[in-house]
Design a protein around this ligand. Structure first.
Ligand SMILES: [Ca+2]
Ligand SMILES: [Ca+2]
Length: 93
């Protein structure tokens, strides 16, 4: 009887774990900066989203226009990541 109970509990546990990992595949991966900044998750970052994600929202539009290299009014992942690279370079120098 004990063995049966153990099997049931183990099966339930495995099923729960499996269900968790399959129903929400993104839940166990750490959210990256882009998804954090992209508040409405439409795949592009507006100046408002960018401004509210930085410590000094006042500087948002200025920094945004510098990052928006193709000037389409949105930041894509590459454009946003370029900022982080710039920061790293600044620290080195
Ligand atoms: Ca967005
Ligand atoms: Ca852009």
């Amino acid at each position: 009887m004990k063995i049966l109970l153990k099997t049931v509990v183990t099966t339930a546990l495995v099923t729960t774990l499996f269900a968790c990992s399959t129903t929400s595949p993104t839940s166990n991966t750490k959210k990256d900066r882009f998804s954090k900044v992209d508040a409405n998750s439409d795949g592009r970052v507006t100046v408002e989203e960018f401004s509210s994600s930085i410590r000094k929202p006042k500087n948002g539009p200025k920094r945004f226009s510098r990052l928006d290299v193709d000037k389409n009014g949105y930041l894509n992942r590459a454009e946003l990541e370029a900022e982080r690279k710039n920061k790293k370079n600044k620290k080195k120098n």
